[in-house]
Design a protein around this ligand. Structure first.
Ligand SMILES: Nc1ncnc2c1ncn2[C@@H]1O[C@H](COP(=O)(O)OP(=O)(O)O)[C@@H](O)[C@H]1O
Ligand SMILES: [Mg+2]
Length: 230
C-alpha cells in the first residue's frame, strides 16, 4: 500500500459537560506521497480537528488511521510521539514561536529531545532555514527583529528540521499580507517538489488554487474532493 495517509470513517466527538459536539462524522481519505492538498470549509466544519487527528495530536472517537501503512491505534503514547516527530511537521497561523529567542534556537527546538549529535543538529537547522528561505536571520530574535513573513519562515524551518514526509499547515498565510503569503506558498511548492506531502487548511480560494487537490469539509464530512486537471 503506497498511500501516506489512509483514513477510514474517522469520527471525532468532543464531550464537554452534557454537550457532545460531533466535529467529524465519518471522514475517509487517502493521500499519496507528494500530493499538495488544500482543505477548505466554513469555520467550525472540522478542518482543524481533522488536521489534529492526521497529525497524531489527538485520537479519533471511531475509525482507523494508517500513516505510512502503520495503524496508529496500535501505538502507545511514546510511539505516537516518536511517529509524530519523525513523520510530521506542523505550521500554524499564529507561528507559535518562542519569544525573545533566536531564530536558530527556535528551529533547533524539535531536535532537543532527540539523540541527534550537536554538529548534525546545527547542520540540520541551517538546511531547514535554507529550505524555508531564511538563512540570513539566524541570530535574530523572534519577537522584535522579524516581520510576520519571516516568523512564518522560522515556523516552516522548525517544521522541516526533522525532515518530515508530511507537512500539515493550518491557515499558514492567515496572518500575512497577500505578497508575503505568496512567497510562503512558493516555499510550500518547493517542499512538494522535494517529494513531501502537504496538507494545507485555508479559507482563501486563491491560496487553495496552489494545491493539486482540494477537499471541501462541511459539517464534519468531506463534501467534495477535486483534483486539479493540470
Ligand atoms: N477541544 C474541543 N472541545 C470541544 N469542542 C471542540 C473542540 N475543538 C473543536 N471543537 C468543536 O468542533 C467543531 C469543529 O471545530 P474545528 O475542527 O476547530 O473547525 P474548523 O477548524 O473547521 O473551524 C466546532 O463546533 C468546534 O466548536
Ligand atoms: Mg480551524
Amino acid at each position: 500500500m503506497s498511500a501516506i495517509i489512509h483514513a477510514e470513517n474517522l469520527v471525532k466527538t468532543y464531550i464537554s459537560g452534557d454537550t457532545a459536539t460531533r466535529a467529524l462524522r465519518g471522514v475517509s481519505l487517502e493521500v499519496e506521497p507528494g500530493e499538495f492538498v488544500a482543505i477548505m470549509g466554513p469555520s467550525g466544519s472540522g478542518k482543524s480537528t481533522l488536521m489534529n487527528l492526521l497529525g497524531l495530536l489527538d485520537t479519533p472517537t471511531k475509525g482507523t488511521y494508517r500513516i505510512q501503512g502503520v495503524d496508529v491505534s496500535k501505538l502507545d503514547d511514546d510511539e505516537l510521539a516518536e511517529a509524530r516527530s519523525r513523520e510530521i511537521g506542523f505550521v500554524f497561523q499564529s507561528f507559535n514561536l518562542l519569544p525573545r529567542t533566536t531564530v536558530f534556537r527556535n528551529v533547533m527546538l524539535p531536535l532537543i529531545y532527540t539523540l541527534v549529535p550537536r554538529a548534525e543538529r546545527e547542520e540540520r537547522v541551517l538546511a531547514a532555514l535554507e529550505a524555508a528561505g531564511l538563512e540570513e536571520a539566524l541570530h535574530y530574535k523572534t519577537s522584535n527583529q522579524l516581520s510576520g513573513g519571516q516568523m512564518q519562515r522560522v515556523a516552516i524551518a522548525r517544521a522541516l528540521v526533522n525532515d518530515p514526509s508530511l507537512v500539515l499547515a493550518d491557515e499558514p498565510t492567515g496572518n500575512l499580507d497577500t505578497k508575503t503569503g505568496d512567497h510562503i506558498l512558493q516555499t510550500f511548492h518547493r517542499l512538494r517538489d522535494e517529494g513531501r506531502t502537504i496538507l494545507l487548511i485555508t479559507h482563501e480560494p486563491e491560496v487553495a488554487a496552489h494545491a493539486d487537490r482540494c477537499l471541501h469539509i462541511r459539517d464534519g464530512l468531506i463534501a467534495t474532493d477535486e483534483r486539479d486537471a493540470a
